[in-house]
Design a protein around this ligand. Structure first.
Ligand SMILES: NC(=O)c1ccc[n+]([C@@H]2O[C@H](COP(=O)([O-])OP(=O)(O)OC[C@H]3O[C@@H](n4cnc5c(N)ncnc54)[C@H](OP(=O)(O)O)[C@@H]3O)[C@@H](O)[C@H]2O)c1
Length: 213
């Protein structure tokens, strides 16, 4: 099938799993990973391109692409302010969308979040909702939006709130509806790739955590 993928956020929890899955999938010939620092793991079909995220929409690619995957994101704690959080989770994602669109992407996949809603009183959910709406306005032939609940998996850093959520998730697992249960990052990555390859999809599609479980 000879598809070309373009990925951002490939050093993160979902992004690392995604790169591995894409490079092991014979549908993909080439994968471009745009990153601000070198990848820790190297894969045969992956070409890493170190970019300045302030100008990501101007990156020159050597070929048109088929499927774009956005796994970018930060936390309010890491970003340090609402504006800095907005820059990564909205501006960089939208500028990546522009780059993907200009380079012919037929499908665009983004990891958003459970609760994403542009009218939400919660800033995180509001930003996620805004980015979903803005991408929908770009008119990709297919836009696939993934809304996971708490992400499970190995991280090199400690995130106190998320770690507490993981403990509660384990204790109350039998009582939590599927949509709200924690989900492994690699399950999300796998689902993203499958939906990018699903030619029956078109327009804007949203996938909640229960579907990805
Ligand atoms: N954590 C959760 O429980 C949860 C739940 C639902 C949805 N989500 C959303 O899911 C998405 C993916 O989550 P994840 O846990 O896989 O992400 P992650 O492990 O935190 O990785 C985030 C990725 O974004 C990149 N990034 C962050 N800040 C950047 C910046 N200023 N400039 C350039 N790149 C930057 C990181 O690159 P570096 O390695 O260079 O920092 C990394 O590749 C995020 O949008 C997140 O909001 C998370």
């Amino acid at each position: 099938m000879n598809r070309v993928a373009l990925v951002v956020g490939s050093t993160g929890l979902i992004g690392q799993h995604l790169l591995e899955k894409l490079s092991n999938n014979s549908d993909y010939d080439q994968i471009f990973a745009l990153t601000r620092k070198p990848l820790k793991r190297k894969f045969s079909k992956v070409k890493e391109i170190i970019v300045d995220f302030e100008n990501i929409e101007n990156v020159q690619l050597e070929t048109t692409i088929d499927d774009a995957f956005c796994c970018l994101g930060t936390t309010m704690r890491k970003a340090g302010s609402k504006d800095a959080f907005f820059k990564v989770d909205f501006t960089y994602c939208i500028n990546f969308g522009k780059l993907a669109f200009q380079n012919g992407a037929k499908t665009f996949q983004i990891v958003s979040s459970m609760g994403a809603n542009a009218s939400s009183p919660f800033y995180y959910n509001k930003v996620k909702g805004k980015v979903e709406n803005e991408l929908a306005n770009m008119n990709f032939p297919t836009l696939n939006i993934f809304q996971p609940s708490l992400l499970l998996g190995e991280r090199s850093e400690t995130r106190v709130g998320e770690d507490l959520g993981k403990v509660l998730n384990q204790i109350f697992a039998p009582l939590i509806p599927k949509k709200y249960k924690g989900i492994e990052g690699q399950k999300v990555a796998d689902y993203m790739m499958k939906k990018a390859l699903d030619t029956s999809l078109s327009g804007v599609n949203k996938f909640t955590s229960d579907l990805m479980q």
